[in-house]
Design a protein around this ligand. Structure first.
Ligand SMILES: [Zn+2]
Length: 280
């Protein structure tokens, strides 16, 4: 017997069999011991406020390097599963379509899609899981942008919400949009690096190597793209709440959160540049 996720309010995330052939607590026992709430229902770990909604798993502490791969595997298992407005339901795995569904799901999960996926650049540790999840979804092109709404049949003029100039896509929003570029330029300016920007989020993560940053600072360095992506999302949400999109100077970062972010970055870059390992 297995569960099919609807609203997710009746199924226990860790202990019920709803994703794959066994409970997640059995497949990922180590992560289960780190779960902030082992009895959480699926809906408790789903955040509707991020893009189209996304997983917001909560753990009792930050991950160590060796645990980060496990989180990636868990995410891989959850990929494509979303909460809906239907009720949760139970199905028999024993035969017919039930069996097919599980088999289907497994072959889908087993596809070697991770080969070209920069997971080590996403699960960098010391970054809130919420931010890592968002980056992970952005890398798959899963966040809700106008081009994706159009593909679903919404009649919308596809203009970037932030700059109101170019067509909006995940790559435009997070990398090429003038509003996002403001952040990138500030960060790169701090460390004195000129960068030819890659086209996609995935390529940015791949090429954000930071070979000129000492090994010790690498963790800090590799978290920067994630923070920038997150700040862009925050900015979009801020504008959406204000009821207006970009253009006419609507975009631009002004809230205190952004200022704090840059204070941290500034301090971080100071640490980087005062470190004897730095090689530009
Ligand atoms: Zn834009």
């Amino acid at each position: 017997m297995g569960f099919k996720v609807g609203k997710g309010n009746k199924i226990s995330f860790w202990t019920d069999v709803w994703c794959g052939d066994s409970a997640l607590s059995q497949r990922f026992p180590h992560l289960y011991t780190l779960a902030a709430n082992r009895n959480a229902k699926i809906e408790d770990l789903w955040d509707q406020n991020v893009g189209e909604g996304g997983w917001n798993l909560r753990f009792i502490r930050d991950f160590n390097d060796w645990e980060v791969g496990l989180v990636g595997e868990l995410l891989q298992a959850l990929r494509g599963i979303r909460i809906s407005w239907e009720d949760d339901s139970i199905f028999w795995r024993g035969g017919g379509s039930g069996q097919f569904r599980v088999k289907d799901a497994y072959s889908w999960l087993d596809r070697p899609m991770e080969v070209n996926f920069p997971k080590n650049r996403i699960w960098v540790g010391r970054v809130s899981t919420k931010i890592m999840f968002f980056t992970w979804e952005a890398t798959w092109g899963k966040i809700l942008t106008l081009d994706r709404l159009q593909k679903r049949g919404w009649q919308l003029l596809n203009r970037c919400f932030l700059c109101a100039c170019e067509a909006e896509s995940v790559d435009h929003l997070l990398i090429h949009c003038t509003v996002a570029r403001e952040l990138w330029d500030l960060v790169l300016g701090l460390v004195g690096v000129k960068w030819v920007f890659p086209k996609s989020v995935k390529e940015v993560l791949y090429s954000w190597g930071g070979s000129f940053v000492g090994k010790k600072k690498k963790k800090f360095w590799s978290s920067i793209p994630l923070f920038i992506f997150w700040m862009v999302l925050k900015e979009m949400n801020r504008l959406a709440l204000r009821g207006g999109g970009g253009g006419g100077g609507g975009g631009g970062f002004s809230n205190s959160e952004v200022q704090i972010f840059f204070c941290l970055l500034y301090l971080g870059s100071f640490v980087i540049s005062s470190n004897s390992e730095v090689r530009f």
